[in-house]
Design a protein around this ligand. Structure first.
Ligand code: ADP
Ligand code: MG
Length: 330
């Protein structure tokens, strides 16, 4: 059987079974946004992400400065989804021989800017020749064991919330790929090139114990919801008309898809936080959203596992989506 037959998540599932790490200090290994290791009274958080030229970005539309920022941002988002504090990072890069030094210095300026903003320090890495640009960051963070949020933990009857607006980054990517200069759509393109990880929001949700489970929306709303459901052993019902869409998204989506929710449901790289919370937390969540000036929308309700993933359409009819979103190798 070929890799395409099992896909990215099928592969990770197998790796998890092949290796099966166990250690008394390992609170969370493979299966969440970050690994969690007990270290005295605190926990060490570890996450890593890879970006490859031609797969995750294309030099025809991605400049080195935003690439540097984004490389770190995608890792920061994983720490945010646990409610942790990012601290240190290592970066390994694969670069072609003919790459101008100015490209690399701009890349590192972007990296430095993002690191400064979120107060994380570079502590090392590795460098190698490669045919295509490859960037891999490993980010370390810390957290309090009693505050951390995992993909598991959602309970039947909980509300499902998401921060920000969905689909802008995926629609922005579509616009970049079509290489169409569309005046007025710059905001969408920017969402793709320079995502803003919700570190402060994640920490507040964890600190005030507002949620029962949390994940960041990196692969797309439906696919990341399905990961949360799987780890928590529950199902969900979502209301289509509650999915938060930006004004720009509403304006441009029809030019790129017949289905106006396509990018919001199945597009990736929003780096928003998706979390479940008991219904008696609604007021506190609303006031947190107001104080941080970040929209938080209640988009669904957690159901027993046997209900799977249901979406209620505007006309009241419900369906279970067959295609959840992007998956490598598929
Ligand atoms: P995210 O989208 O948050 O980066 P992934 O879907 O990439 O998460 O990964 C899910 C889980 O699988 C994580 O715990 C990650 O560390 C683990 N994982 C991913 N790829 C591998 C691999 N090649 N070997 C071991 N674990 C992996
Ligand atoms: Mg993640």
């Amino acid at each position: 059987m070929e890799l395409r037959g099992i896909g990215e998540f099928g592969l990770i599932h197998r790796i998890r079974k092949w290796i099966n790490s166990s250690d008394p200090a390992l609170i969370q290994g493979i299966g969440d946004d970050v690994a969690v290791i007990e270290m005295g009274t605190k926990v060490l958080l570890v996450t890593t992400d890879i970006l490859i030229e031609g797969i995750h970005f294309d030099l025809s539309w991605m400049d080195p400065y935003p690439l540097g920022r984004k490389s770190l941002a995608v890792n920061l988002s994983d720490i945010a989804s646990m409610g942790g504090i990012p601290k240190y990072y290592l970066i390994s890069i694969g670069l072609p021989k003919n790459l101008p030094i100015s490209f690399i210095s701009s890349f590192y300026r972007g990296l430095k800017q993002e690191a400064k903003r979120f107060q994380v320090q570079l502590i090392g890495g590795d460098t190698s020749l490669s045919h295509k640009i490859i960037v891999n960051i490993c980010l370390l963070g810390e957290g309090e064991k009693r505050n951390l949020l995992f993909r598991k933990g959602a309970k039947v009857g909980d509300d499902l919330f998401v921060s920000g607006k969905l689909g802008d980054a995926a629609l922005g990517l579509k616009i970049l790929q079509k290489k169409r200069e569309i005046k007025g759509s710059e905001g969408l393109v920017k969402k793709h090139l320079s995502p803003c990880p919700r570190v402060e929001l994640g920490q507040a949700i964890a600190k005030y114990h507002l949620a029962t489970a949390m994940i960041d929306v990196s692969d797309g709303l439906l696919i990341d919801t399905s990961h949360l459901l799987e780890e928590s052993g529950v199902g969900v019902l979502m209301w289509e008309d509650r999915i938060p869409l930006s004004r720009l998204y509403r304006k441009w989506v029809r030019s790129f898809s017949k289905d106006p929710l396509r990018f919001a449901l199945s597009g990736g790289e929003d780096y928003e936080l998706l979390f479940t919370a008991s219904s008696n937390m609604r007021e506190k969540i609303t006031s947190l959203a107001r104080s941080l000036k970040i929209p938080i929308t209640r988009i669904g309700e957690i159901l027993p596992k046997k209900e799977g993933l249901h979406i209620i359409r505007k006309d009241g009819k419900d369906y279970s989506p067959s295609h959840l979103g992007f998956e490598h190798f598929k």
